[in-house]
Design a protein around this ligand. Structure first.
Ligand SMILES: Nc1ncnc2c1ncn2[C@@H]1O[C@H](COP(=O)(O)OP(=O)(O)OP(=O)(O)O)[C@@H](O)[C@H]1O
Length: 584
């Protein structure tokens, strides 16, 4: 079970220039990724809103004009009902079509951008340093990859698009009402912008803190629930179950408090829109009454003006949701931006080009990120092509770190590392709940079924997978594997890991305690398999076990991060060192 993680600290306040730079960088990714579709979506949204306002205005005018025209037979016969009703139908149809098109285009463009961002973020986290940090907090990685990226959809869908449509509405209403009376148009546009943008802006500002609290509260709640369900047994044994439940209840209560605060703000902004609408309605009625009194406008135009003013405020209400989600989106932007930036390419490893060397290290020191002291100190090492080397030494001496360095998972703090492409077999076999094919293709995404079956045959697992599939599936590789390789014996799991190594086809294999947890007979079988498959490759094995070190032609002794002794097969020291290792 992972150690309980503290609640995520709240990130920099929104005035932080770094946050605005990050926001600009994320918006730039939207812009460069899907510029045309994003613009088309915003244009369709603005058109939908304008068509809605025109529809309401024209309907008001038409109903009033028809009523007045119907007052006498002469005016009723002269009144043209066809042109306005055709206009109403046209507006209704185009509004429906453009709304449908807008939804399609904006969501399609947003999902395309988010999919690209998710891949970019994933690649960012797959960098050696970031991946190692996140492995300590896997629940956070999951949350960041899902919720944080999803939160970015509000930036375009719920903030930029409604804002563009609302501004278009204010402008169009201002011009339409200005044609009736200049001051009327100017003041209406001013009120629309002041109330329509002011209320959501105020709400967004007030909602920043609670929506950040909500987001981090949700992350903490998920993390604690995962910890509780993954570590139930340990918690019960340690008598800490009640405390773990209390921590979940506490996170839940914090989440509920943040939800309450957000609901209050949302209710407030809804009320503010109600007041702003009522004020606009009253002012518009008074204005048209005065204009009608002075003979400036007739009743149909007056009705149209009131409805246009009312309809123009409605698009601003759509900004309400964006305002509530701005805090969450900004928090996501702040957390994601460093991972979305173009990753500096890892310093190019120099590869030995002579065909005789698999790895050369000169004066190499390594320190783990955040650690105070070096784990590897002044390492000089030369491993020939096809050579088999075992690194032995006490637990914590730095053997796994040396392999991680050669695998490219860690960078040297100083010194020079040259090695040919390497594959690492870690101490734990990482197998996932997926098909056999999915588990194997992790090593070679492009490998076809024939190549995968050949790799399984090389480790004598082809019959096992055929038995599992029992002919019921299209391909034996479709057979499912349980989480952590559940359903496989320890030896089979290790052999499956060896098959993956084979699929990578690297000239240097790094084996970290390859048979540590296996019984002697299974270990011999796995080691025989590894020795056969590694033919022609260089092999570096980190081990405490005699049977594993016995594969090597040379033994290297590591002590507190330094290589302190070595012996080649045939030298008396080799047998002495081998004899000092743990027997089967
Ligand atoms: N990610 C890490 N961050 C900080 N320190 C680490 C990290 N990984 C390992 N260390 C430390 O580096 C030192 C060497 O660890 P390493 O795993 O390389 O030793 P090892 O010789 O392989 O041990 P073992 O035989 O038990 O596997 C240890 O003191 C360990 O605590």
């Amino acid at each position: 079970m992972t150690a309980p993680a503290p609640a995520t600290p709240h990130r920099a306040p929104p005035r932080d220039p770094a946050l605005w730079r990050a926001l600009a960088a994320v918006l730039k990714l939207f812009w460069t990724g899907q510029r045309n579709r994003l613009l088309l979506g915003a244009a369709l949204a603005a058109f939908t809103v304008l068509a809605g306002i025109a529809l309401l205005g024209l309907s008001g005018w038409f109903i009033t004009a028809t009523a007045i025209a119907g007052a006498s037979a002469a005016t009723a016969l002269a009144f043209d009902v066809f042109a306005p009703s055709a206009g109403i139908r046209l507006l209704a149809l185009t509004r429906t079509a453009s709304r449908y098109g807008e939804r399609l285009v904006t969501h399609d463009a947003t999902f395309a951008v988010l999919a690209a961002l998710r891949e970019r973020a994933f690649r960012g986290w797959a960098q050696p340093g970031a991946a190692r940090r996140l492995l300590l907090r896997p629940a956070r990685l999951l949350f960041r990859l899902t919720s944080d990226i999803d939160a970015l959809d509000s930036l375009y869908l719920r903030i930029l698009v409604p804002a563009a449509a609302a501004l278009g509405a204010a402008l169009a209403a201002g011009v339409a009402l200005g044609l009736i009376n200049g001051w009327f148009g100017l003041l209406a546009a001013f009120w629309l912008l002041l109330a329509g943008l002011g209320a959501p802006a105020l709400a967004a500002r007030r909602a920043l803190a609670p929506s950040r609290r909500r987001s981090s509260g949700l992350e903490t709640l998920r993390q604690r629930i995962i910890e509780l369900s993954a570590g139930q047994t340990e918690l019960v044994m340690a008598g800490r179950m009640a405390a773990a439940q209390a921590r979940i209840a506490d996170a839940d209560a914090r989440l509920a408090r943040a939800d309450d605060a957000l609901n209050r703000i949302e209710a407030g902004v809804t009320a503010a829109f109600g007041v702003a609408t009522a004020a606009l309605l009253a002012a518009a009625l008074l204005t048209v009454a005065v204009l009608a009194e002075s003979g400036g406008v007739g009743a149909p135009v007056a009705a149209m003006a009131v409805l246009v003013a009312l309809a123009a405020l409605e698009p601003f209400a759509a900004l309400r949701r964006g305002a509530m989600e701005l805090g969450r989106a900004l928090l996501a932007v702040g957390r994601l931006a460093p991972r979305l930036a173009d990753q500096p390419a890892a310093p190019a490893r120099l590869r030995p080009g002579d065909g005789k060397t698999a790895a050369t290290l000169r004066g190499v020191c390594v320190r783990h990120p955040g650690a105070a002291r070096h784990v590897l100190v002044d390492i000089d090492l030369n491993v020939g092509a096809g050579e088999r080397v075992a690194v032995i030494g006490a637990s914590g001496a730095g053997k796994s770190t040396l392999l991680a360095l050669l695998a490219g998972e860690l960078e040297a703090t100083s010194g020079e590392v040259r090695n040919c492409p390497a594959s690492l077999l870690t101490q734990r076999t990482e197998l996932f709940q997926d098909t056999w094919r999915g588990n194997l293709q992790l090593a070679a995404p492009g490998a076809d079924d024939a190549a995968l079956m050949a790799a399984l045959a090389a480790v004598s697992l082809d019959d096992v997978v055929r038995d599992r599939a029992a002919g019921a599936l299209k391909s034996p590789l479709d057979a499912p594997l349980g989480e952590g390789g559940a359903g496989l014996s320890g030896g089979q799991g290790r052999r499956l890991a060896l098959a993956r190594l084979l699929l990578r086809d690297a000239p240097l294999w790094l084996l970290d305690e390859p048979t540590e947890a296996l019984d002697a007979a299974t270990a011999r079988e796995v080691l025989g398999c590894a020795a056969r498959l590694a033919e022609g490759r260089a092999l570096i094995i980190a081990t405490h076990l005699r049977r594993e070190a016995g594969l090597a032609d040379r033994l290297l002794v590591m002590d507190h991060g330094r290589l302190t002794a070595e012996a080649r097969r045939g030298e008396p020291a080799f047998d002495v060192l081998l004899a000092g290792l743990r027997p089967d």
